[in-house]
Design a protein around this ligand. Structure first.
Ligand code: AR6
Length: 174
């Protein structure tokens, strides 16, 4: 197998033993439902404490960008919080550019932190309404590009919670 690779699994990202897990957060970093809720519940209050500090210092995290906190009780070392676009049917290019930027910014931050393994959820494909197939193409293109660039990351895991996303990724990765 290639030393640097992308794999997909079906499951709960909070259980993963990787260096970094990525959260699909909101611009205020105030927590919410979906994967964001699951990460804060499983990780405990330390993660929100650090999100509060980031909000006080810089107002939160703009769409398409990424910030990091420690991971509290999770097996990971860090959580990278990125904010996907709320899908806007009238702006396909903007949706794509912002989602691409989430994956790119998260990979870049993980490399700055000298991390070797990272797990992503299917950003924006829950309450933010991004069509799953289109999002999977954007994600894999961005991750493939980021893996080709120099840096510490050797293992990227896409964690699919729902069957539709899992089937899509499995088909695209095999
Ligand atoms: N592990 C992995 N993936 C999960 C998990 C989990 N434990 N739980 C849900 N998913 P969403 P968004 C999947 O709605 O669309 C939050 O309230 C889920 O099946 O979590 O980016 C934030 O605070 C879906 O495929 O994120 C924001 O306000 C994917 O995670 C807003 O939702 C993303 O769904 C962000 O919306």
């Amino acid at each position: 197998m290639d030393k640097k690779h992308i794999e997909c699994i079906r499951g709960d990202i909070t259980k993963l033993e990787v260096d970094v897990i990525v959260n699909a957060a909101n611009i205020k970093l105030i927590g919410g439902g979906g994967v964001d809720g699951a990460i804060h519940r499983a990780g405990g209050p330390e993660i929100m404490y650090e999100c509060d500090r980031i909000r006080q210092e810089k107002g939160g995290c703009p769409t398409g960008e990424a910030v990091y906190t420690r991971a509290g009780n999770l097996p990971a070392k860090y959580v990278i919080h990125t904010v996907g676009p709320v899908y806007d049917h009238s702006s396909p290019d903007r949706n794509r550019r912002l989602l691409d930027s989430c994956y790119r910014s998260s990979m870049s931050l993980a490399k700055q932190l000298k991390m070797k393994s990272i797990a992503f959820p299917n950003i924006s494909t829950g309450v933010y309404g991004y069509p799953k197939e289109a999002a999977a193409h954007v994600a894999l293109e961005a991750l493939g590009r980021a893996l080709q660039e120099p840096g510490s990351i050797e293992r990227v895991v896409v964690v699919c919670f729902d069957e539709e996303n899992y089937d899509l990724y499995r088909a695209l990765l095999t």
